[in-house]
Design a protein around this ligand. Structure first.
Ligand SMILES: Nc1ncnc2c1ncn2[C@@H]1O[C@H](COP(=O)(O)OP(=O)(O)O)[C@@H](O)[C@H]1O
Ligand SMILES: [Mg+2]
Length: 375
C-alpha cells in the first residue's frame, strides 16, 4: 500500500493519480506517440509539471504490464560520462538484481563496460563509475546498454529528464552521441524533457543539429481553471472545508497558472488552521515572499545593476512584448536601449528571463512576485 499523504497538495513530485490534476489530453498524446513508435520531446517552463506527467505516464504504462521504463534525471550531470553513469544506475535499479544479488545479465553488462563498482559503506548501495581510461568509447558503452535493454521482453521506454544539459557537456559531442544511441535502437522509445524551451526546441528543430526532426514535440501549458478548481475543491471538501470561487481565482491568478505555485498555495492553505478565504491566501503569500527574501535579495549582489533593473521592470509589468520601446524605457528609467538589449540577452541565457509568444517574463514566478514589490 502506498502511504496516504497528510496534505493532498503535493510539492515533491508524483505520488499517485488521486493527487494529480488533469493532464488527460497530454496523457492521451503521450500514449498515441508511444503506440505509433514515435520518440517524444516534452518541454515547458520550469515547475509546470513535466517530470510529474512523465512519471504518471510511465507508472500507468508499467501497470498495464506491457512496458518497462527507466527514468533518468540529467540535471546534475556535466559530461557524457556522468550521463552514462546515471543511466547505468537507473538500469541497475530497475533490472540489476535478483533475490540472490546482481542478475547474471547485469553482471555481464558491467563487465563489458569496464565499470568500477564500489559500495557505499553506510547504505551498502552500489555505485558505478566508468574508468578514467575508457575501455570503450561512450558510443559503444551506450550500445552495450541498449543491447542489454533490447533483450527484455517488454517495450522499453527511456525517459531522460533535463535533457538540455547535454548541450553543455564537456566532451562537446553530447547531442551526436545520444542521437546515435537513439538511432541504433529503433525498438526503444525515448522521451526527452527539459525546461529551457529555446534550447530544447532548437535542438530538435534546427536543420543543422543531430536531433533535427527526429522526435515529436509536445509543449506543456498551465492546467485550466475548469480542471484545477474542481480538483482543489474536492480535496478541501474531503477535509470538510469549502473554498469559494474568489479564493480559487486569487490562487490561480497570483500563480499565473504555474502548477507548482498553485500547489504551494493550496498546500499552505490546507495545512493552516484557517478557513479558506482570500484573506488567508493573502497572508500565506506574505509569508512565502518573506521566507524567500533572503535568497532573492542575494541575486541583487550577483547581478549587474542593469540586469537587476530590467528584471524588476519586467516583473512590475508581468509580461512585456517590447522591452526596447521608448515608453517602457522611460517609464522604468532604464536608459539606453542598447544596454537593455545586452541585459535581456544575458538574462535569457541565464534562464532568469523567459520568452513566449512574443512576450518576456521572469521565469521564476515567486521571484517575479517578490521583485514587483521592490521600490
Ligand atoms: N497535474 C498535477 N497535479 C498536481 N500537482 C502537480 C501536477 N503536475 C505537477 N504537480 C506538482 O507541481 C510541482 C512541479 O512539477 P514538476 O513535475 O516537478 O515540474 P517540472 O518537471 O515541469 O519542473 C511538483 O511539486 C508536482 O508535485
Ligand atoms: Mg522536472
Amino acid at each position: 500500500m502506498v502511504k496516504v499523504p497528510k496534505n493532498p497538495f503535493l510539492l515533491g513530485g508524483y505520488h499517485s493519480k488521486e493527487y494529480f490534476c488533469d493532464r488527460e489530453s497530454k496523457l492521451a498524446g503521450l500514449n498515441n506517440h508511444l503506440h505509433n513508435e514515435r520518440n517524444i520531446v516534452l518541454f515547458s517552463w520550469r515547475r509546470m509539471g513535466k517530470s510529474s506527467l512523465i512519471k504518471r505516464f510511465l507508472t500507468e504504462k508499467e501497470e498495464s504490464g506491457k512496458v518497462e521504463a527507466i527514468f533518468i534525471d540529467l540535471l546534475a550531470s556535466r559530461s557524457v560520462k556522468q550521463a552514462i553513469e546515471l543511466i547505468i544506475e537507473a538500469v541497475y535499479q530497475k533490472f540489476g538484481t535478483t533475490e540472490e544479488g546482481f542478475s547474471a545479465s547485469f553482471s555481464k553488462l558491467i563487465a563489458s563496460l569496464g565499470i568500477r563498482l564500489s559500495f557505499d559503506p553506510i547504505s551498502g548501495l552500489p555505485s558505478f563509475s566508468l574508468g578514467l581510461e575508457e575501455v570503450k568509447s561512450h558510443g559503444e558503452n551506450l550500445k552495450s546498454i541498449g543491447n542489454f535493454l533490447s533483450g527484455r521482453k517488454k517495450q522499453i521506454v527511456i525517459a531522460i529528464d533535463e535533457f538540455q544539459q547535454i548541450v553543455n557537456y564537456q566532451e562537446g559531442n553530447g547531442e551526436a552521441v545520444f542521437r546515435t544511441f537513439m538511432q541504433e535502437f529503433p525498438n526503444i522509445r525515448f522521451i526527452f524533457s527539459g525546461s529551457h524551451r529555446k534550447v530544447m526546441t532548437s535542438m530538435f528543430s534546427d536543420s543543422n543539429r543531430p536531433f533535427y526532426k527526429s522526435c515529436s514535440l509536445m509543449g506543456l501549458g498551465p492546467i485550466s481553471k475548469e480542471k484545477y478548481f474542481p480538483f482543489i475543491q474536492y480535496h478541501f471538501e474531503e477535509d470538510n472545508k469549502s473554498i469559494d470561487n474568489e479564493t480559487l481565482e486569487l490562487i490561480y491568478e497570483w500563480s499565473r497558472g504555474q502548477t507548482y505555485s498553485i500547489q504551494l498555495l493550496c498546500n499552505r492553505l490546507y495545512g493552516s488552521n484557517h478557513v479558506p478565504s482570500t484573506e488567508a491566501v493573502e497572508k500565506i503569500i506574505e509569508d512565502i515572499l518573506e521566507e524567500e527574501a533572503a535568497v532573492f535579495s542575494n541575486y541583487f549582489h550577483l547581478l549587474p545593476k542593469m540586469q537587476w533593473q530590467v528584471l524588476k521592470a519586467i516583473s512590475k509589468e508581468g509580461k512585456v512584448s517590447n522591452p526596447l520601446s521608448k515608453e517602457f524605457l522611460t517609464k522604468h528609467h532604464l536608459g539606453a536601449a542598447s544596454s537593455v538589449n545586452t541585459a535581456l540577452k544575458s538574462l535569457s541565457d541565464k534562464e532568469l528571463l523567459a520568452w513566449e509568444e512574443g512576450e518576456y517574463f521572469v521565469h521564476d514566478l515567486i521571484f517575479s512576485r517578490w521583485l514587483e514589490r521592490r521600490p
